[in-house]
Design a protein around this ligand. Structure first.
Ligand code: CA
Length: 217
């Protein structure tokens, strides 16, 4: 899953970005509202973490402009005493908010919930035959046994699980498991698919030649 972080405080942006990457997300960071809006409109993010106090274009404007075109789940970051900001942010289409300073653990939990709800999923655990994907713990089990997946392998499984029963194109996979700093070599996804099949069963991912991949619910 791919997340955009729009935050002008460099240390905070770095800390949030790193925490999300450690969780296996592809992460893009924008340090002002203009760049944030451009990114948010240009890519299909699974969630956006948006500070409201931003240079160039304020976060509230970024949110309103984004909402004219997209339903991307947005978590706004606001100051402790910013009750009015939070209300305006939620009214402008934010899905959730977090008050600064916040614990990274809480931000990660809220992002997980946003990504899940954005995909129309209420429960954190998705069952696919003998495979169970726990999107809260970011763990995958097969016949009850924990399966060790690399970060990008997990990202692929989660993406397919959240779209189970539907064709997921290769383009969509690239857009959601890589960020702008990742090299996108076309054969890499094939390698992940092959690894996942070895670990979760040959039939777990079906290939639609020339189109993409599908897992069954
Ligand atoms: Ca700020």
């Amino acid at each position: 899953m791919r997340v955009l972080v729009v935050e002008d405080e460099a240390d905070l942006a770095r800390a949030v970005g790193r925490a999300l990457e450690e969780e296996g997300y592809a992460v893009d960071v924008a340090t002002d509202g203009e760049a944030g809006l451009w990114n948010a409109q240009s890519w299909e993010y699974d969630a956006v973490v948006l500070d409201l106090m931003l240079p160039r274009v304020p976060g509230e404007t970024v949110l309103k402009r984004l909402r004219e075109k997209k339903k991307t789940p947005v978590l706004i970051l606001t100051a402790r005493d910013g009750v009015a900001d939070r209300v305006r942010g939620l009214d402008a289409g934010a899905d959730d908010y977090l008050v600064k300073p916040f614990a990274l653990e809480e931000l990660l939990a809220r992002v997980r919930a946003l990504v899940r709800r954005g995909a129309g999923e209420a429960s954190p655990v998705i069952r696919l035959g003998e495979v169970e994907v726990d999107t809260a713990a970011r763990e995958v089990r097969r016949r009850g046994k924990l399966v060790d997946l690399a970060a990008k392998e997990y990202a692929l499984v989660e993406l397919l699980a959240l779209h189970r029963g539907k064709l997921v194109t290769r383009t969509k996979i690239y857009d959601h498991i890589y960020d702008q700093s990742d090299p996108t070599l076309s054969n890499v996804v094939d390698v992940y698919v092959s690894n996942v099949r070895k670990k979760l069963g040959a039939g777990f991912i079906e290939t639609r030649r020339g189109e993409g991949y599908i897992v069954r619910g």
